[in-house]
Design a protein around this ligand. Structure first.
Ligand code: FES
Length: 293
């Protein structure tokens, strides 16, 4: 079966939408109920502080640990029983890592919609299944005479988590979840180009303009003009349709990421990558921009 056909089949069931409709607002509400600490925790779990999504960093822990466990379990079956404690420890490390991967993944999933959300949910359910198998395996490893069953469960978990990792890769590489949607900023003009008459940008307003082929967000705040990439780095939302905030930042209309107008810094996730900023000047009544030199 071709990869696209497989993904289509996996994301077809209607109950995935119903489950997403119920779970996604509940998770967001839980963070919101936590007030400022809840907001800080959400930003931390997205990886806003890291400049990169935190989830893929943590997924390496269970995948790596459980790969080690699979190898050591295989060797114990060939008679090298002294390796059994190492295999058990690797299963335990993977379980701890899976917890971190689950929490960060769930947080990132709150910013997805449609097919991405359905696929993310399948990815999560598979990971929960794999983790449950490993947790049962870990418990059995402590019981006399149950090692064979424990290894069997671990191997089943390994197969499921490997397939789930493939779906996670599809979410990133095909669906572009977690990638920087401003990575094409190299196309911004090297020389200043006029984008709008100065008189057409009122105080406390934002406008979408074109700098050559590339859309740019212009904003005027406290008399100063700012220019940022118009496409949100998170999932490509149109920043000019968002909100210009009193503190000199802009909120994306899609999932609420907040960026500083002055330097593009991420002030609130789910975005983890900053918005590229452009140089601005006013010449002969025209606002001009160019890429940062
Ligand atoms: S597209 Fe998600 S916060 Fe902007």
């Amino acid at each position: 079966m071709k990869s696209d056909t497989l993904i289509e089949a996996i994301t077809q069931p209607n109950w995935l939408d119903a489950a997403g409709d119920a779970l996604q607002p509940a998770v967001l509400q839980a963070y919101k109920a936590g007030g400022e600490p809840g907001k800080q925790l959400k930003n931390f779990l997205h990886g806003t502080w890291l400049g990169h999504p935190l989830h893929p960093v943590l997924t390496d822990v269970p995948i790596g640990a459980w790969t080690v466990a699979a190898v050591l379990d295989g060797l114990t079956l060939t008679g090298q029983r002294q390796l059994a404690p190492g295999a058990d420890a690797a299963v335990a490390v993977g379980l701890v890592g899976a917890l971190g991967a689950a929490v960060t993944g769930l947080t990132d999933w709150t910013g997805t919609t449609k097919k991405k959300r359905r696929l993310g949910l399948v990815h999560a359910l598979l990971n929960i299944s794999a983790t449950a198998l490993y947790a049962t395996s870990f418990a059995l490893r402590r019981q006399q005479g149950s090692r064979g069953a424990a290894i069997g469960l671990s191997m089943a978990g390994y197969g499921i988590s490997s397939f789930s990792a493939y779906l996670g890769g599809h979410l990133v590489f095909s669906q572009q979840v977690g990638v920087d949607h401003t990575a094409t900023s190299v196309q911004y003009p090297q020389d200043f180009v006029a984008v709008l008459p100065d008189a057409e940008l009122a105080e406390n307003t934002m406008r979408r303009v074109q700098a050559g082929q590339v859309p740019v967000l212009l904003a005027r705040k406290n008399g100063e003009i700012f220019a940022l990439a118009h496409t949100c780095s998170h999932l490509g939302g149109p920043l000019s349709e968002g909100e210009l905030l009193p503190d000199g930042s802009v909120r994306c209309p899609w999932h609420g990421s907040v960026f500083s107008l002055a330097d593009g810094r991420v002030l609130a996730g789910p975005a983890t990558e900053p918005q590229p900023t452009l140089e601005v000047r006013v010449t002969a009544g025209q606002i001009e921009v160019r890429r940062q030199s």
